[in-house]
Design a protein around this ligand. Structure first.
Ligand code: A2P
Length: 422
């Protein structure tokens, strides 16, 4: 139970209207006080000790909500799971008893999962919740249920399949244009897509989060547009067939169609901008979107003669070259601009390779970068790789004679290790 004042206390709640279900809070909470069902994320008032560790990493601010409730009648997790929006503070006038909201059966709220980023800024021990010191200022939550503008309409100006046809793995590069309305973004930020229509319980779909794949000055430099990498979800995490609501909606959009967008989101997974800063990127699948954005920004800067970098080192895991969402074409980039390392897992006749294995093979280069306080690490993609990648970093650091505990906490404290897995 969290803090009390007299017979009431401030109960910590998550705003279901703003929450983009990215799982950051649940992954961050050291007490397991945050949980979710197919629709909502909720805080257990019995477990939350108000450490506030979940507040800063939340990309949308949905986590930072509080209601004064009677000490003996907080909103239960079951009640919170049934909410479409936060209740007003509804205390009984005489005895201060909270009037419970009508609960809705969570089983009735079943909804497609496994699409959108559902990003976990996990690895609470090492993952930073602050940006690099030289990151540009991000604008967040300009459009959303509680902002001045409820959402912004973007026009689809491009929709290209970027993985080879004939494979199950169907990923689209989708370009959105915001016309004359501002939607300023930085590399590493994300946005939310509001699919039209209602879910099975008759309520509007919640927003699905997608990482932005283009740099700050537009998919096309100087234009008010951006791009997303969207994988068509046709099965859930257990392999059962489902049709992802937002991913299929997006992949099926034609040029000229419109979509409703909320955001931008994200204030820590941002790139450094100071000269000499190195960027080490580790990704799988559509986790390559922010890596494409950062690489392209550095490439554009380089073209104009502005030297912001240091080194770029990329580890990219995909099933096969045909299923590479990005960086296939980018393989043509100069080796002295970016050092690209692929790990393919499903090439017939070859043994499975994962990014962490390739990182170990590049231990010398990686070790030197780990030893450099100007190095910034970004990990984005499958949740399953997070542990393997952290172990690889630890082992490489130790081979380099670095104390991992000390280095790991410095990476977190200095905003130099960013984890976004789902
Ligand atoms: P796998 O072939 O074993 O699934 P996806 O195509 O599903 O987006 O995954 C991208 C890549 O990440 C695939 O090559 C996949 O390999 C690989 N992968 C799956 N699990 C892990 C893991 N635990 N660590 C690293 N890479 C992984």
């Amino acid at each position: 139970m969290n803090t009390c004042a007299g017979s009431t206390f401030k109960q910590h709640l998550i705003d279901p209207e703003i929450c983009i279900r990215c799982n950051t809070c649940e992954a961050t909470c050291p007490l397991g006080a945050i949980s979710h069902d197919s629709r909502n994320y909720v805080v257990d008032p019995e477990k939350c000790k108000l450490c506030n560790g979940c507040l800063a990493p939340c990309p949308t601010g949905a986590i930072d909500n509080w209601r004064t409730v009677p000490l003996d009648a907080p909103f239960s997790t079951d009640t919170q799971l049934g909410w479409d929006c936060l209740p007003t503070e509804r205390l009984g006038s005489e005895n201060g008893i909270a009037i419970p909201m009508e609960g809705i059966d969570p089983a009735a709220l079943m909804q497609t999962q496994g699409e959108g980023a559902a990003a976990v800024h996990g690895g609470a021990t090492y993952g930073a919740s602050i940006p690099p010191w030289s990151a540009a200022h991000p604008y967040i939550r300009l459009y959303g249920p509680h902002a001045a503008e409820p959402s912004i309409t973007a026009k689809v100006v491009g929709n290209v399949r970027v993985t080879d046809a004939g494979y199950d793995y169907d990923t689209h590069h989708i370009m959105l244009d915001f016309g004359s309305l501002p939607f300023p973004v930085l590399e590493g930020q994300s946005l939310g897509i509001l699919p039209p229509g209602l879910d099975v319980s008759g309520r509007p779909h919640h927003a699905r989060q997608y990482s932005i794949a283009s740099p700050r000055n537009g998919e096309r430099a100087g234009y008010n547009n951006l791009s997303l990498a969207v994988k068509r979800v046709l099965e859930d995490h257990q392999g059962n067939p489902v049709r992802g609501v937002a991913s299929n909606f997006l992949c099926d959009r034609l040029v000229g169609d419109t979509v409703q967008v909320v955001g931008p989101f994200g204030s820590s997974f941002l790139m450094p901008n100071h000269p000499g800063s190195n960027i080490i990127m580790v990704c799988t699948g559509t986790g390559s979107a922010p890596m494409r954005a950062m690489t392209e920004w550095r490439r554009r800067q380089r073209k104009t003669g502005k030297v912001e970098g240091g080194k770029l080192l990329l580890f990219f895991g995909a099933r096969s070259p045909a299923e590479l969402p990005y960086f296939g074409p980018l393989q043509n980039l100069d080796k002295d601009f970016i050092d690209i390392n692929f790990a393919f897992s499903r090439i017939p006749g070859q043994s499975k390779r994962y990014v962490q294995e390739v990182m170990r093979e590049r231990a010398i280069e990686l070790g030197l970068l780990l030893a450099d306080s100007n190095s910034y690490f970004y990990v984005c993609g499958l949740k399953g790789m997070e542990e393997g990648v952290l172990l690889a970093l630890r082992d490489v650091a130790q081979q380099q004679g670095l104390l991992w505990d000390r280095l790991g906490s410095a990476l977190k404290r200095e905003g130099r290790l960013h984890l976004e897995t789902y």
